[in-house]
Write a protein that binds this ligand. Structure first.
Ligand SMILES: Nc1nc2c(ncn2[C@@H]2O[C@H](COP(=O)(O)OP(=O)(O)OP(=O)(O)O)[C@@H](O)[C@H]2O)c(=O)[nH]1
Ligand SMILES: [Mg+2]
Length: 698
């Protein structure tokens, strides 16, 4: 592959709902352009950008992946992104690396949840976009319906540039409104070849209607053009294309194309338009970066002579290769073998074997110009969302705002002794995928993993086995219950041992009383007359505090109470700190059961955003989880439901919400307060805990 200059580059993210045909489209575009020598297919596991073992097995995209279509002396960098919301972090990364996007829709399913999601991502970046309605050959395909859905649900500024000839199994051609010609495809077309004919008689009316709409929409984006159009002047093809490109750059117009990627129908016209309508990197607004080590900001344009700033938007770890880094150059240029600098990590890196990627194939390239996308393996300390610059001009680009995890599960190794391998593996996986998080929770004695959905975490566990040889299984995360007291109680703790030589003696009397929520543990020394010598009092406190880690109800930490130490006795020879600490432990154990101990459960503050249609089901479900609805309010197109729900009832809530709202609902939750658990819940938790502690002993 040759080296392309900045104006000859198009960075295009291919986005859309799951199974809308993105990967098939990317494969077809690269093949029809001749850059890829083989027409692959998702079904056979040979698609260019679905090449990992997980993807081949499951037949859907999990990772963002790159391909190239060289067309009209232009390099189109195609960024294939996953449609499933569990992998939406990669989709967002793709959008941030791109200068424009193709929004792919299925001709049978139309606008879906995932389409709305990627539309929002593109809006954030104000990316110029075009629509491609694929799968036009599928039974029940309906171009008009999809067009209307886009108009109503995404943008009124959508305008068809092509209309299909036939739909479903009859689909065999496309009328282009710019060229005023029809392209007819023969069965068995290999690489999008067509016969060009005049618009068929029976399509004349539709053609006229759509052509009229198209030219009016284009004219509406430009005042002088509009004037000429209204004055009855003809607007030429090149002029119309230029105006459309300018309108797209301002997000004032979104052209609509159609085809059947798998059959390669409609791919040539789309390639033409990606070159003609999508911006080169230098036609996009500049970006701001921060000078490392100072508060100064610099404005960067994709200029070869500018300071180097390249953003790592994806890291893949490949068997036998290690980490492969995908980056987009926002300013400056790089040469094969060049040294670069990762300022925040103070890491010097060498770009050995600088490459461009065509699916899993990588080919070495001598240099990459500003705005281009490249791939390099074996960087030592560079991860997703880092910026590569040079040592004399350390720069940091704004980070890609990856989504926060929505689901948490616990993970444990199947074989004892693999805990270290587990933690190393999880750490590596997080560096690869910033939407995946992990932590060890000492209190729960569990490793928790968080991600964007059950499918996401399932893939993570699979990768652990495949890449790091750690076989793990997921379990329910434990709940961090607490205990406290409702009443008062007092009594003694006495530790006395007489063994051979020197004995042990400590004796104390304490009073336990409840405190308001959030007060913690207070220890009050009320000893008078030296019945316990000063130096032993802190030891008693340590004993009490230690014993309170395991409460009388079910062995959970006890909170919000005070302990008054009011009496005791000592022995001149046998008393020491250890003995008084023991006395404190015993005192707590003796006295605490009498102070009406209760179990506290964590209550979460939950906010759910749902379309109105599902509001009733969402609220019903929250109530069935012992939730208390606090209120509802309108939030744009959605309704926000606020509720307080016990954490114990929220296990895998993301999955339920997804199914109740058909993927449209989202939620956030954070810890709110500890509250008395109802007696039946407390009884169950106590029972379960008893078993757990017994098992741990065994
Ligand atoms: N009939 C028909 N089927 C197609 C066409 N394009 C893709 N398909 C099939 O539709 C399914 C989904 O295609 P993909 O290309 O994997 O869709 P995707 O958008 O990449 O899906 P995700 O990666 O899950 O987001 C596969 O079974 C394809 O074989 C087409 O033009 N016509
Ligand atoms: Mg795909």
């Amino acid at each position: 592959m040759r080296v392309y200059k900045t104006p000859e580059i198009r960075n295009v993210a291919v986005v859309g709902h799951g199974a809308s045909g993105k990967t098939s489209l990317v494969d077809a575009l690269a093949f029809v352009a001749g850059t890829s020598k083989r027409h692959g297919s998702v079904k056979d596991g040979t698609a260019l950008t679905d090449y990992t073992a997980d993807e081949i097995e499951r037949k859907y995209s999990i990772n963002l992946a790159l391909a190239v279509a060289e067309w009209m002396d232009t390099k189109i960098n195609l960024i294939d992104t996953p449609g499933y919301l569990d992998f939406t972090g990669d989709t967002l990364a793709g959008v941030y690396a791109a200068d424009s996007a193709v929004v792919v829709l299925s001709a049978t399913a139309g606008v879906e949840v995932g389409t709305e999601k990627v539309w929002d991502y593109c809006e954030r970046r104000e990316l110029p976009r075009l629509f491609f309605v694929s799968l036009m050959d599928k039974e029940h395909a309906n171009f008009e319906r999809v067009f209307n859905q886009i108009k109503e649900q995404l943008t009124p500024k959508v305008i068809p540039v092509e209309i299909p000839v036939g739909e479903g199994p009859e689909f065999h051609g496309i009328i282009n409104l710019f060229s005023k010609k029809a392209h007819l495809y023969k069965k068995g077309t290999k690489a999008g070849e067509y016969e060009e004919v005049d618009v068929p008689e029976e399509y004349k009316d539709r053609f006229e209607k759509y052509s009229q709409e198209l030219i009016e929409s284009i004219a509406a984006t430009d005042d002088t053009l509009l004037e000429r159009y209204l004055g009855g002047e003809e607007i030429g093809r090149d002029e119309a294309i230029a105006a459309m490109k300018a309108g797209m750059a301002k997000n004032e117009i979104f052209p609509l194309f159609c085809g059947a990627a798998e059959l390669t129908y409609g791919t040539r016209a789309l390639l033409n338009k990606l070159v003609e309508l999508c911006p080169a990197p230098n036609e996009r607004p500049p970006v701001e970066a921060q000078k490392w080590g100072s508060a100064d900001r610099v404005t960067l344009t994709p200029d070869d002579s500018g300071p180097l700033a390249a953003q790592v938007f994806k890291t893949v770890s490949e068997p036998h290769v290690g980490d492969v880094t995908l980056f987009r150059i926002f300013s400056g240029h790089v040469k094969n073998g060049q040294d670069v600098w990762n300022a925040p990590r103070e890491a010097s890196e060498k770009l050995n074997h600088l490459c461009v990627a065509l699916g899993k194939e990588r080919s070495e390239i001598p240099e990459l110009h500003a705005g281009d996308i490249g791939v390099v393996a074996k960087l030592r300390d560079t991860h997703t969302n880092d910026t590569l610059s040079t040592k004399d001009k350390g720069l940091v680009l704004p980070k890609i705002p990856f989504p926060e995890p929505v689901i948490t599960v616990a993970v444990e190794v199947k074989q004892r002794g693999e805990e270290d391998k587990l933690s190393t593996g999880l750490h590596k996986l997080h560096e690869e995928d910033p939407t995946f998080h992990h932590e060890y929770n000492g209190e729960l004695a569990q490793t928790l993993i968080r991600g964007l959905g059950e499918r996401h975490l399932e893939i993570v566990v699979g990768r652990l086995a495949r890449k790091f040889g750690v076989h793990a299984q997921t379990t329910k995360p434990r709940v961090a219950y607490r205990e406290t007291f409702r009443g008062k109680s007092e009594g003694q703790g006495k530790h006395k041992k007489q063994t051979g030589g020197r004995g042990q003696y400590g004796d104390c009397w304490i009073r336990i009383a409840p405190l308001p929520r959030g007060s913690g543990v207070q220890f009050i020394d009320e000893i008078v007359g030296g019945v316990i010598p000063r130096q032993y009092i802190p030891a008693v406190e340590r004993g009490v505090v230690e014993a309170a880690h395991k409460g009388p109800v079910a062995g959970y930490p006890v909170v919000d109470f005070k302990v008054e130490l009011y009496d005791g006795s000592y022995h001149d020879v046998d008393s020491n700190e250890m003995s008084f600490k023991m006395a404190g432990i015993l005192a707590f154990r003796n006295v605490s059961p009498g102070a009406r101990p209760v179990l506290l459960e964590p209550i979460m503050d939950v906010e759910v955003w749902t379309p109105d249609d599902y509001q009733g089901s969402v609220m019903g479900d929250l109530s069935s989880r012992r939730g208390h609805i606090v209120g509802t309010e309108k939030d744009g197109r959605l309704t926000k439901v606020k509720a307080l729900v016990p954490e114990a009832e929220l296990d895998r809530y993301a999955t339920t919400l997804h199914s109740i709202t058909h993927g449209r609902g989202t939620y956030k939750m954070k810890f709110h307060v500890y509250q008395d658990a109802p007696p039946d819940v407390a009884a169950k938790v106590t029972e379960a805990r008893k078993k757990e502690l017994e098992e741990a002993k065994a």
